[in-house]
Design a binder for this molecule. Structure first.
Ligand SMILES: [Zn+2]
Length: 217
């Protein structure tokens, strides 16, 4: 996979096809029920643009010559994609020389396109009052977040998933590119930059006396 440069991705939206690049291991497939979740087990904050293992922001990660990647978690049954995402930097993912955290994990993870306009994960979601946690993710709130919401899911009442009329996300026009990189070769949709606006966004206001370190991109 060429790095740096455009990152081949696995999907452009929650409804896009998933990647052939990451597969559950044979041992994981044999493990059956009760597979752990990186979304629950990694110790860092679950907020947009922050690595859930080391806690570095996208800017810090890129200053270190690394990339921040968004992954989508899949179910144990039939590897069904769930509305559960997590950010992981390439430094943390590849800390094991041969295989990264994601590729060693029994659960299936698909890699999302950089800047993919997925509600709840975008930089503009960071300070939105409607960002929250997916019900599939069960872990205690992080005390250092103050009263800031933790999670990478959109709970906007205007979203269709919430029974609303739907939200409109303005984002730079995506473009397609074909990569030749072994098993990961294929046609990918790339986004040149992050989403700019969301019709459902409402500013989160921290409670007086609380700091809110993660709600600014
Ligand atoms: Zn990291």
């Amino acid at each position: 996979m060429p790095e740096p440069g455009p990152e081949p991705c696995t999907a452009t939206s929650p409804t896009s096809p998933t990647s052939p690049a990451v597969s559950p291991t044979a041992t994981g497939a044999a493990a059956g029920a009760g597979w752990p979740r990186l979304s629950e087990d990694l110790p860092g904050p679950r907020v947009p643009g922050v690595c859930q293992k080391c806690g570095r922001t996208r800017r810090q990660v890129e200053e270190a010559g690394l990339h921040l990647q968004l992954w989508r978690e899949h179910s144990e049954q039939a590897d069904r994609p769930e509305e559960v995402y997590l950010y992981l930097c390439t430094g943390c993912d590849k800390e094991h020389p041969a295989r990264g955290i994601v590729s060693r994990h029994p659960r299936y993870y698909s890699r999302m396109a950089t800047h993919a306009p997925i509600p709840g994960t975008m930089p503009l979601c960071a300070g939105c009052r409607w960002r929250g946690e997916s019900p599939e993710v069960r872990r205690p709130a992080r005390l250092e977040l103050g009263d800031a919401a933790e999670g990478l899911a959109c709970r906007c009442p205007a979203a269709k998933a919430s029974g609303g009329p739907g939200i409109v996300i303005d984002h730079p026009e995506p473009f397609g590119a074909h990569f030749k990189a072994g098993a990961a070769s294929g046609f990918y949709t790339l986004f040149p930059g992050p989403a700019l606006r969301c019709s459902g966004r409402e500013e989160h206001t921290p409670t007086k006396g609380h700091t809110d370190p993660w709600t600014r991109p």
